[in-house]
Design a protein around this ligand. Structure first.
Ligand code: PMP
Length: 315
């Protein structure tokens, strides 16, 4: 192990230098009020986040040092917590400051942030109120991007057999730590050899994908399933509705649709923090947009990149 010396000699010096370097560059994690080395960032096996998926989280991007739509993400995190009746241990402003500190201390300018609120340490029973203090985790790390060709050529997706969990069972607008509904649908995508799976709600209407929202374009009109179709209220989705589409001279209409309407679309694209805006060129066996990324999707993508490249909005 680097830094552990068995004998004194030339090699020992190299090892010690390597160790100092490692320590310096060891990722720091913000855990319950303290910045700790990645190796020390551990949670209890009695944390209900682990035992029951009881908690909520956010995935956020940093573009050139600016935390994209940070306020919206923080507000969504606190909304999720409220719906779970989870009391965050820190205020929204404290988490804001701690997140910025975590990004700075790790010297990151283009990064991915994961904010996690867990129910906290409790007993083996389900009762969340037996967990006196919720846990707070802030991870900021380098971002792993999708291959650039995904944006050039578009991606294939499937329609999942598994429906989206209904709002009255576990509202998909809560970004909870229990992602099993998405994970099992994602398994269908992986087994089909594609990136994503479109999920229908239990009434058979299109909702969203396992980790992305869905848009489609027909005769120059942009549509997306409404929030009451049972979706995560995507920050990227809202940015497309509020900023990107209008900047391209278009308006987005929210519409409850069956999958047939999406299959007959001129263009389909997905939005998400990781994916940004990514064109869909095939759904199951149906080729979309002649198998190419359509012109409106391209213009939206260009507009998105332009806006995050310089002075990405943090509100
Ligand atoms: N839907 C689901 C189920 C998600 O997990 C995500 C985030 N990965 C999205 C949509 C997109 O949301 P956002 O734009 O806020 O990342």
């Amino acid at each position: 192990m680097a830094g552990m010396t068995k004998s004194v000699g030339k090699t020992d010096i190299v090892e010690v230098v390597a160790s100092a370097k490692e320590t310096k560059s060891m990722l720091k994690i913000w855990l319950d009020g303290r910045l700790v080395d990645k190796d020390e960032a551990k949670v209890s096996v009695f944390d209900h986040g682990l035992l029951y998926g009881d908690g909520c989280f956010e995935g956020i991007r940093v573009y050139s040092g600016r935390i994209f739509k940070f306020r919206s993400h923080l507000e969504r995190l606190f909304r999720s917590a409220e719906k779970l009746r989870l009391k965050p241990a820190y205020t929204i402003d404290e988490i804001d400051r701690a997140t910025r500190e975590t990004v700075t201390v790790n010297e990151l300018t283009d990064a991915y942030i994961r904010l996690v609120l867990t129910r906290g340490f409790g007993d083996l029973g389900l009762n969340p109120f037996n967990c006196p203090t919720s846990g707070t985790i802030i991870i900021a790390d380098k971002i792993q991007l999708y291959p650039p060709e995904f944006y050039e050529t578009g991606v294939a997706v499937v329609v999942a057999d598994r429906p989206r969990i209904p709002i009255k069972c576990l509202d998909p607008s809560v970004k909870s730590l229990n992602y099993l509904n998405s994970i099992l649908a994602k398994t269908e995508a992986i087994e089909a050899g594609v990136l994503e799976a479109i999920m229908l709600n239990t009434d058979g209407y299109v909702s969203e994908c396992t980790g992305d929202n869905l848009f489609f374009i027909k005769d120059g009109v942009v549509y997306t399933p409404p929030t009451d179709s049972g979706i995560l209220h995507g920050i990227t989705r809202q940015f497309v509705i509020d900023d990107i589409a209008p900047a391209c001279g278009l308006e987005v209409q929210e519409k409850m649709v069956r999958i047939d309407e999406v299959l007959a679309a001129d263009e389909v694209f997905l939005t998400g923090t990781a994916a940004e805006i990514i064109g869909v060129t095939k759904i199951d066996e149906t080729v979309i947009s002649g198998g190419k990324v359509g012109p409106i999707t391209r213009s939206f993508n260009e507009e998105f990149r332009r806006r995050v490249a310089a002075d990405a909005p943090e509100d």
